[in-house]
Design a protein around this ligand. Structure first.
Ligand code: SAH
Length: 234
């Protein structure tokens, strides 16, 4: 079984978007994964095909209706569907490489993209949606967030990335940010490639990379560094 992604959205034309090109696009064309973008509006029943309404309690903006969303979700998730159901939401748990890895090892994913002020709380609860955020900022809709999540997952699927090992040495995989990279030319605008990388001494190179990774993590991401140090002591 290949990884099956279903995205519920008011803008299906945003998919596959970036995922239709490069490695993800080739894998999609070859059937290593599948993507279905479902138009939420198709599940509206009134004559205006409305998907949103004013917020209970008043205030600005509109809220997506639970009845319309529930029908769309039930259409996507037929009986026995084991795929996690995710609602992209700034209130969700931040997406991590660990969650991405778990998703990539599973049967696929159903993703609901919000618009307007968000979605009625009762459909989040009633359909057991897992809320996931792509960062502490507000997008105008869940679609770019869904593309981010799927991009991160698809590159881990078997056979998608050319060089299998490059998936393991990335930032976050070992709890550290990655070391800096260099390539030719040997001198660029007066800046040289660090000597150790040209030494051919693989032990020294590995040591240097490790030191750089630790330094960058300590300087830029005290939160990751603290977790890394706690893990080392265990
Ligand atoms: N009023 C909401 C924001 C709504 S933005 C609030 O303050 O929390 C509209 C939709 O965009 C959301 O329903 C969600 O699906 C999506 N979205 C916005 N920011 C996001 C983020 N950081 N991560 C994931 N989805 C996001």
């Amino acid at each position: 079984m290949t990884f099956q992604a279903t995205v519920l959205t008011l803008y299906p034309e945003m998919f596959p978007g970036q995922l239709g090109i490069s490695l993800a696009g080739r894998a999609l064309a070859e059937g290593a994964w599948s993507l279905e973008a479902v138009q939420i509006r198709d599940f509206a029943t009134d004559k205006h095909r409305s998907v949103d309404d004013t917020p209970a309690g008043g205030g600005a903006g509109m809220v997506m209706r639970p009845d319309v969303l529930a029908r769309a979700i039930d259409h996507a998730a037929q009986e026995g569907d084991q795929r996690p159901r995710i609602f992209m939401s700034p209130r969700g748990r931040p997406l991590t490489q660990a969650r991405v890895r778990k998703l990539a090892a599973g049967p696929g994913v159903i993703i609901l993209c919000g618009r307007f002020e968000g979605v009625d709380q009762r459909v989040i609860e009633g359909r057991s949606l897992e809320e996931i955020s792509v960062g502490d900022y507000i997008l105008s809709g869940g679609e770019p967030a869904a593309l981010v999540l799927l991009d991160a997952v698809v590159r881990l699927l078997p056979g998608v990335m050319g060089n299998e090992s490059s998936g393991i040495e990335e930032s976050f995989e070992d709890g550290l940010l990655e070391h800096p990279h260099y390539t030719r030319p040997q001198v660029f605008e007066g800046r040289e490639i660090p000597q150790v990388l040209l030494s051919g001494d693989h032990r020294k190179i590995a040591e240097w990379r490790r030191e750089q990774a630790e330094r960058l993590t300590r300087e830029r991401r005290p939160d990751l560094w603290e977790a890394f140090e706690a893990g080392e002591k265990k």
